[in-house]
Design a protein around this ligand. Structure first.
Ligand code: GUN
Ligand code: ZN
Length: 430
């Protein structure tokens, strides 16, 4: 057993979904909190005074007035798009063809893949993000690079080889058979190793033939405990394109459903322009939806319908979608979700935003029993936030009358300067 460590600070976790009650009542907030970490896990939680008396032998790390919570969970990203984030283009399909696909082609070079994986985790950890669920590229080398880097840092991390066999440049296409074979080999090599999970990853219907969707659907049915991730109904012109490519399908979701790519372990990015049947089916099977607000404004996709999707009982997470998203920061992503909620006439509460960026995302990835919350028995992946990290934030923070008002300026204006440190598996990240 490693020496117990007692972390002191303000602490924030959740005992229920704040969308389904008065938001602040779902939170466990402690002004003078303490977290006991032993062997990488949270072993006790409570008030600083009581836990100091209960564990006199523990090493104490006092973060003073800083806020300690679960590390942020980014449930939909493309790590290979790190070096082309913030690329100017009109619409999704232009953006993919002009910027994204040429950049992703570079990942046939394992050295480049390793270099970007390292850079990506440096950037996301600096933003307080402790778990990501990423798309890789079609190249198995990109998956190797991502998992090797995550493993060396002790991270819980998820990715999969992106499968696409049409409507992409030559050199960025696989086949139904190679998509199946390469995905299967990577899954067998990495899934469940340390804290790593393989995710079956057809990019989206326009870049897969029906034969490929069927092949990856078969792989998923053979490995039903894996997640399957893809994109769904992001832009209206994309939906028209899907309709022309799959004239027999009832709707966009049906292009997945008919090939076995719908289930409770499916994770669909965006899900903005959904039809009634799609919403009902998603709800019925308990699939996960991921809101990517900075991406949705950057690429001009539309306004996610958080309020009614949550009210009807959909499972929803939050994500940057880098590099379609314009930031690596989950704070900035919470701010964008707030702004979109304002345009949707339903103002999200800071507790709801924070829950989405931690527990909500973890739940969508089916790892909510391991990370994404402060609770006894959870893995100790933590972020420590300075709630007065810049002069602009500090002067607003000083006027706050309660905790949520003290937190909100950091959600709206915070960046990597607000991240004092992160803990990964019970150890402070170097
Ligand atoms: N749809 C298909 N591929 C992508 C991608 O890389 N980013 C976004 N935002 N949407 C997509
Ligand atoms: Zn995406």
């Amino acid at each position: 057993m490693s020496q117990p460590t007692l972390l002191l600070g303000q602490t924030l976790g959740f005992h229920s979904n704040p969308f389904h009650s008065e938001p602040t009542e779902a939170a466990n907030y402690n002004r003078t909190g303490a977290i006991l970490v032993v062997d990488g896990m949270i072993q006790d939680l409570g008030d600083a005074k009581a836990l100091k008396a209960k564990y006199p032998q523990a090493q104490v790390v006092d973060y003073g007035n800083a806020l300690i919570s679960a590390g942020f969970i980014d449930s939909h990203v493309h790590f290979p798009q790190t070096a082309m984030i913030a690329s100017w283009a009109h619409r999704l399909v232009d953006w993919l063809n002009i910027h994204t696909f040429p950049e992703e082609m570079r990942f046939s070079d394992p050295d480049y893949a390793r270099q970007i994986a390292k850079r990506y985790f440096d950037l996301t950890l600096a933003q307080g993000t402790t778990t990501v669920c990423s798309y890789a590229t079609i190249h198995p080398e990109s998956v190797e690079a991502f998992f090797t880097e995550a493993q060396s840092r002790g991270l819980r991390a998820l990715t999969g080889k992106t499968c696409m066999d049409r409507n992409a440049p030559e050199g960025l296409q696989d086949t139904p058979q190679s998509a199946y074979d390469d995905s299967k080999a990577l899954l067998q090599r990495w899934h469940g190793v340390d804290r790593l999970s393989y995710v079956i990853t057809p990019r989206f219907s326009p870049t897969s033939t029906p034969e490929q969707l069927e092949a990856v659907g078969a792989l998923w049915s053979e490995n039903p405990l894996c997640l399957m991730q893809t994109h769904l109904s992001e832009q209206t012109d994309e939906i028209e394109w899907v309709r022309s490519l799959f004239p027999e399908a009832r709707d966009y979701l049906d292009t997945y459903e008919r090939y076995g790519l719908l289930g409770d372990r499916a994770v669909y990015g965006h899900a903005i322009h959904l039809e009634g049947r799609e919403r009902a089916r998603l709800k019925e099977v308990g699939a996960g939806l991921v809101h990517c607000p900075t991406s949705n404004t950057f690429i001009g996709s539309g306004l996610f319908d958080m309020n009614s999707l949550m009210a009807e009982g959909q499972r929803i997470g939050l994500a940057t979608d880098t590099g379609g998203g314009s930031s690596f920061s989950m704070l900035r992503t919470m701010a964008a979700a707030y702004e979109i909620s304002q345009l949707r006439q339903r103002t999200l509460h800071p507790a709801e935003l924070y829950w989405l960026a931690t527990q909500g995302s973890a739940n969508v990835l089916h790892i909510g029993d391991k990370v994404g919350n402060l609770a006894v028995g959870m893995e100790a992946d933590l972020v420590v936030l300075d709630l007065a990290s810049t002069p602009a934030i500090a002067q607003r923070h000083a006027e706050a009358d309660d905790f949520w008002e003290a937190l909100f300026p950091t959600i709206m204006m915070g960046d990597d300067r607000a991240i004092k440190t992160v803990w990964i598996g019970g150890r402070e990240a170097p």
